[in-house]
Design a protein around this ligand. Structure first.
Ligand code: PMV
Length: 356
């Protein structure tokens, strides 16, 4: 699908209200570096999560201005500081959904994971908002197919936050053109499809909250630093190769290879941060302490527990569901100590966003 197919027509306004819940996702192959209008320099692949999600309600009221305006409530409190990001998003998507100019939007959003937990909510919140917009577009143009609905929701979400493109469907999604999966696109994410090995359909993600503060370096600053990064081209190549290996691992369920690639991806992402100019480190001493513990545990038990990281200090522990009880015991005994206030979140792979 090319970009022009995502430009819709104008339509007479209607009054409408809708609510969507969209999940967060955790990348196994990381997107780090972009070009043009939020397009990725390398393909990425992620697990869609289940519990860590955002619920957004939008009331669309027709108005006679030609640009959209909105108010925004977060947990029922009007939030002025979140508005600039939404305003930029609406401006970016205006040319793809020109009918939006006819509306005032009242947006109410809630996160189902602790705010200020160091867990990025931009993916789930941009996905939920994009789905509300697509829901209205579907009312305006009822001939729309379900395929187009999902692709354009992912396309719009991407314009809010790149990784949000992967928060529409589940349980595994791929974003970015690559040679193996030729239906992939830089414009939107697609689901992995039927051939996913059963072990990954119920994979667990326990998120250790090592540092609940907000990040010192935003991901947009990090992405921009890849432009002049001395290792950028090799990193994009590495990620592309990891994606092609992971695409067959997602079918075979081969966990040793899965672990090797997932941990290498996490450390490569942070290696890029540490070798940017200016350089920065988002891991904390407790992040490293947990990684060592995970390695020792895996070595001594042969249980396929591994970690990944996003752009922060928190650790995502990934493992098959059959080991849930023993791993939670290990976390409580040996890892909770390294978390801020002993806190962690239990999550698992999920099926994607839903209309409420
Ligand atoms: O979507 P952004 O711009 O916040 O970037 C996300 C970057 C990582 O979370 C580090 C990796 C990824 O692919 O999700």
């Amino acid at each position: 699908m090319d970009i022009t197919s995502f430009i819709s027509k104008k339509a007479s306004p209607i009054s409408y209200a809708t609510s969507w819940e969209a999940p967060s996702n955790i990348a196994l192959v990381k997107y780090w570096g972009k070009y043009g209008e939020q397009l990725p320099k390398n393909p990425s692949l992620s697990f869609t999560l289940s519990n860590s999600s955002t619920n957004t309600n939008v009331v669309f009221t027709p108005h006679s201005k030609s640009i959209p305006d909105f108010d925004f409530y977060f947990h029922n409190v009007q939030k002025e500081d979140f508005k600039p990001k939404i305003a930029i998003f609406l401006e970016r998507i205006h040319s793809y959904i020109p009918w939006i100019g006819n509306y005032h939007l009242s947006i109410k959003s809630e996160n189902y994971f602790p705010h200020s937990s160091g867990i990025a909510s931009s993916a789930s919140s941009m996905a939920a908002l994009s789905l509300c917009l697509m829901d209205l577009e579907q009312q305006l143009f009822p001939e729309m197919t379900s395929l187009y609905f999902h692709q354009k929701a992912s396309f719009l979400a991407r314009l809010g936050s790149g990784s949000a493109s992967r928060s529409i469907q589940g349980p595994v999604t791929i974003w970015g053109t690559n040679e193996i999966q030729n239906t992939s696109s830089d414009l939107y994410a697609i689901p992995f499809g039927e051939s996913l090995h059963p072990v990954f359909k119920t994979y667990q993600d326990t998120i250790l909250l090592i540092d609940k503060g907000s990040k010192q370096v935003s991901s947009s600053t990090g992405h921009n630093l890849m432009h002049a990064h001395p290792f950028a081209e090799n990193r994009f190549l590495q990620a592309t190769n990891h994606l092609s290996s992971l695409l067959s691992i997602m079918k075979s369920g081969e966990l040793d290879d899965f672990i090797r690639i997932v941990e290498l991806e996490a450390l490569s992402l942070h290696a890029m941060m540490m070798t940017s100019s200016p350089y920065f480190i988002l891991m904390q001493p407790n992040t490293l302490a947990v990684i060592q513990k995970v390695w020792t545990y895996r070595e001594s038990t042969s249980i396929p527990l591994c970690f990944t990281l996003d752009a922060g200090a928190n650790i995502h522990l990934l493992y098959p569901k059959e080991y849930k009880d023993v791993i939670l015991e290990f976390i409580n005994k040996e890892l909770a100590f390294f978390c801020e206030n002993g806190q962690y979140l239990t999550d698992e792979v999920g099926l994607g966003a839903k209309k409420m």
